[in-house]
Write a protein that binds this ligand. Structure first.
Ligand SMILES: Cc1cc2nc3c(=O)[nH]c(=O)nc-3n(C[C@H](O)[C@H](O)[C@H](O)COP(=O)(O)OP(=O)(O)OC[C@H]3O[C@@H](n4cnc5c(N)ncnc54)[C@H](O)[C@@H]3O)c2cc1C
Length: 441
């Protein structure tokens, strides 16, 4: 029997776990697993806020693909289109011409991108918070603003540099806001020129609550905690414009800010537009509970999807409900999907995915958190501890777990790093200047 070729598009939470499981369960005579991702690593996104805040080294919140997926073929590049009718995908490697890959089974898991709105100025000034690059950039940018504020004698410039606006109150936005404020407050001890009251941290959220993943009382507790830290929480408010960094809100307020972070939701990867897979009104690939792609009530043979880019029915809720875009579902769906692919290859029936969302854990900075897991609610230190232990247990590989715990331990004894490496964003600048041809005197 010729080995089946399984193409895995995207090596995030779904792709990495699915590829790992497939390559463990299927021998080389049964299947060849090819994994394509533009990044050579998987990003453990729930650790991005801590990576930005300096509690974890950014390198330790990503998982190198070649190290983890030794039994798979890893291709660093982007899938540009998929024609499932002919079972062909086109891959643009990081260098060289595009190449076409034929497959027998395909796992479509390119995840999601930030869902933005046509707000004037957002494209020019907004910072996303979905990738490790964005987390590193935000950290350097925020610390750099402290240096700017400390250096300027102009109070208006200082106020602008120390105004940080976060749009979107889901777990990504709340954790990013709370962790960055906590880090900045602790960095201020090294800035005698600055006063904590000079800082302005603003959360702009269109609905009347934050953290929709937990009960309203836990969202209200979170708002209370942020207010106690003197943050400016604007519920029921929208960002209307930020042209030239002048933030204009729907409540009529307007002020200049150097930092505008956009965490107001996600939409499926635009790469799906270049495929012939069926999609729902939100652009997600339509799936059966077995994670097989489905068009109407017709299963699309040999095509699978899961995670942020897929509409997977949630069998634990009323009919018509779909699984939320979360790492919790993505990882479990990946394992179920891999087992189902193995079943189908071996002539067995696939099994529906079913998982009751356990709840959410969110860190609000060092020693502060909020959690609701299987109905049990926790606040403060126990919730923060739960957040850390849960995510430590979830990040793939023992290697990463050990490194993350080592980072936390070091930060506990030595305090977090609060240095900005802004040069990272233009590392050649100094050399380019030094190597300018010298004009003769
Ligand atoms: C800041 C933040 C915090 C979060 N915290 C939590 C949390 O606490 N709990 C929780 O449950 N969830 C959390 N999430 C959500 C969770 O991380 C996502 O739901 C999960 O990553 C979805 O998994 P995925 O595999 O669908 O997508 P991803 O993990 O995003 O993986 C998609 C992969 O596809 C790759 N890709 C993209 N385009 C292409 C292409 N054209 N070709 C090939 N590959 C491509 C990408 O590079 C990426 O590696 C958080 C998200 C963020 C941003």
């Amino acid at each position: 029997m010729n080995p089946k070729r399984i193409l895995v598009v995207g090596a995030g939470h779904v792709g990495l776990y699915a590829a790992l499981r497939l390559s463990k369960k299927l021998g080389p005579r049964e299947a060849e697993v090819i994994v394509v991702d533009p990044q050579p690593h998987m990003t453990y996104q729930p650790f991005l806020p801590e990576a930005a805040a300096g509690s974890i080294s950014p390198r330790h919140s990503v998982v190198p693909l070649r190290r983890e997926l030794r039994r798979c073929t890893v291709v660093v590049g982007a899938v540009t289109w998929i024609d499932h009718a002919t079972k062909t995908a086109s891959v643009q490697p990081i260098v060289g011409p595009t190449r076409e890959i034929r497959y027998d089974q395909v796992v479509v898991a390119p995840g999601s991108v930030s869902r933005t709105l046509p707000i004037p100025g957002l494209h020019e000034h907004g910072i996303g918070f979905k990738t490790i690059g964005e987390a590193i950039y935000l950290r350097n940018h925020v610390l750099d603003r402290l240096d700017v504020a400390a250096a300027t004698p102009d109070p208006a410039l200082r106020r602008r540099a120390l105004t940080f606006v976060f749009v979107g109150g889901g777990y990504a936005g709340i954790e990013a806001l709370a962790e960055m404020e906590d880090m900045t407050r602790s960095a201020l001890r090294y800035y005698p020129e600055l006063n904590p009251d000079d800082m302005r941290w603003v959360l702009v959220e269109a609905t009347q609550r934050v953290l929709p993943e937990v009960d309203p009382d836990m969202g209200a507790y979170t708002v209370q905690q942020l207010l106690r830290r003197k943050m400016d929480i604007r519920l029921g408010t929208r960002l209307e414009s930020c042209v030239d960094g002048l933030v204009q809100l729907s409540d009529g307020d307007s002020f200049p800010a150097d930092t505008i972070v956009w965490t107001a939701g996600v939409k499926p990867s635009p790469m799906l537009d270049a495929t012939d897979f069926p999609r729902d009104e939100r652009g997600r690939i339509t799936c059966q509970p077995t994670l097989q792609v489905v068009a109407g009530d017709q299963v699309v043979a040999d095509a699978w999807s899961a995670g942020d880019c897929a509409a997977v029915p949630d069998l634990t809720k009323e009919p018509g409900s779909y699984c939320s875009p979360s790492a919790q579902h993505a990882v479990r769906q990946a394992n179920r999907m891999a087992d189902n692919i193995v079943n189908v290859i071996r002539g067995l029936e696939p099994v529906p995915y079913q998982h009751r969302h356990a709840g959410s854990v969110a860190s609000l900075g060092l020693y502060q958190g909020v959690a609701q897991v299987y109905g049990i609610k926790m606040k403060g230190l126990p919730a923060w501890f739960m957040h850390r232990t849960y995510h430590m247990s979830r990040i793939p590989s023992l290697n990463r777990k050990v490194r993350v715990v080592a980072d936390w331990t070091l930060a506990f004894f030595l305090k977090r790093e609060v240095v900005a490496l802004g040069q990272l964003h233009d590392p050649r600048e100094e050399f380019v200047e030094a190597s300018q041809p010298v004009s003769p005197r």
